[in-house]
Design a protein around this ligand. Sequence first.
Ligand SMILES: Nc1ncnc2c1ncn2[C@@H]1O[C@H](COP(=O)(O)OP(=O)(O)O)[C@@H](O)[C@H]1O
Ligand SMILES: [Mg+2]
Length: 244
Amino acid sequence: MSLLEIQNLTKSFGGLKAVDNFSLKIASGEIVGLIGPNGAGKTTIFNLITGAIRADSGRVDLDGQSLTRFKPWDICRAGIGRTFQVVRPFMNRTVLYNAMVGAFARVKTPEEAEARALETLAFTGLLPKKDVLAKSLTLPDRKRLEITRALATRPRLLLLDEVMAGLNETETQEAIELVQRLRREMDVSLLIIEHVMEVVMTLSDRIVVLHHGEKICEGPPESVCSDQCVIEAYLGDDYGAACN
Ligand SMILES: Nc1ncnc2c1ncn2[C@@H]1O[C@H](COP(=O)(O)OP(=O)(O)O)[C@@H](O)[C@H]1O
Ligand SMILES: [Mg+2]
């Protein structure tokens, strides 16, 4: 059985079909990349999976259980964590406090939440900054905090929305290593939205390409990046030529 199964998901905003009959399966342990031009509907798919907005039709199952009627916090408890494209920590609170917010999804007491938050901060490398206010963090550290908060909810599936955007070469490399450790050591499966093709190619077992809300291609990184439809819709001719 798939860990996540999305069937025929559709969502319109007024006259615009943001997500059109989208289906996807993710197996346990997989890293799947979701790419496509701006406005393709990628973030909307995350919002539908996590219950932030309701689909017009279609369904999402986690481990064979329908999430369709679940509220966002139930979906989080069921095992799906996410980061936000525009990060929004509690700016005037510490890094530790922000990580504890995630931990409270699973534990009841402040002591348990603190222990879990500290453990997660150690994993993501933010422990030395636990007492710093979120607003004082650099962009890469804010992204890291965003991952920490989501990870502290102990997800089985983690949805990452452009967590590498704006990072330099070294920071990107560190973020790639963190994602690989997530799968290896935390047993987390991932669906990642990412614009930097090198990153998506490195991390993904499989890539799904979205265009005007529709899936136009799906497959292993090598075959997706040489697909003519994908080159026309997204990558551009130069990339396609470099890939072949
Ligand atoms: N809450 C909303 N209300 C109206 N339109 C929306 C809303 N969310 C997204 N859209 C529109 O849906 C389309 C897909 O957006 P989005 O999923 O954010 O794309 P992507 O993440 O691929 O860049 C865009 O045209 C966007 O303007
Ligand atoms: Mg987006």
